[in-house]
Design a protein around this ligand. Structure first.
Ligand SMILES: [Cu+2]
Length: 126
């Protein structure tokens, strides 16, 4: 093996590593999603009929919670206790802004009806 062959090999390895790092940085620097909106309706002791899984992207989301029920409810994200509405009386609604900085599953619930009104918010990278 000549020194020229070794030199070309080293250059190729360095170039491939640079491309790899560039690609990786690109995947890490996706801008967070904005203008995400979620409407949650509390009715018949359920959120949105079935306590569905809400799919969101990393970033900020505006969550409007409407109480269309005959009893008070609230909406709290377990892993982010500050992301919560107050206790909403029948007919009341409140919008909260939540910033999801990491992907993952977050659990939402109503503290008045644990076990009956709870579900998952699935946050993925944009
Ligand atoms: Cu409730």
């Amino acid at each position: 093996m000549t020194s020229k062959t070794i030199y070309i090999g080293v250059v190729l390895v360095v170039a491939l590593a640079a491309v790899g790092v560039y690609w990786y940085m690109g995947t890490q620097n996706q801008p967070p999603a904005s203008n995400q909106k979620l409407v949650v309706v509390a009715k018949d002791v359920k959120f949105n009929v079935t306590n569905p899984t809400f799919n969101l992207k990393v970033g900020t989301v505006s969550i409007t919670v409407k109480n269309m029920d005959t009893m008070p409810h609230n909406f709290i994200i377990r892993e982010m206790p500050s992301a919560a509405t107050g206790l909403l009386t029948p007919g009341q609604s409140q919008t909260i802004t939540v910033n999801f900085t990491t992907a993952g599953d977050f659990n939402y619930y109503c503290s008045v009806h644990p076990g009956q009104m709870e579900g998952v918010i699935r946050v993925t990278t944009p």
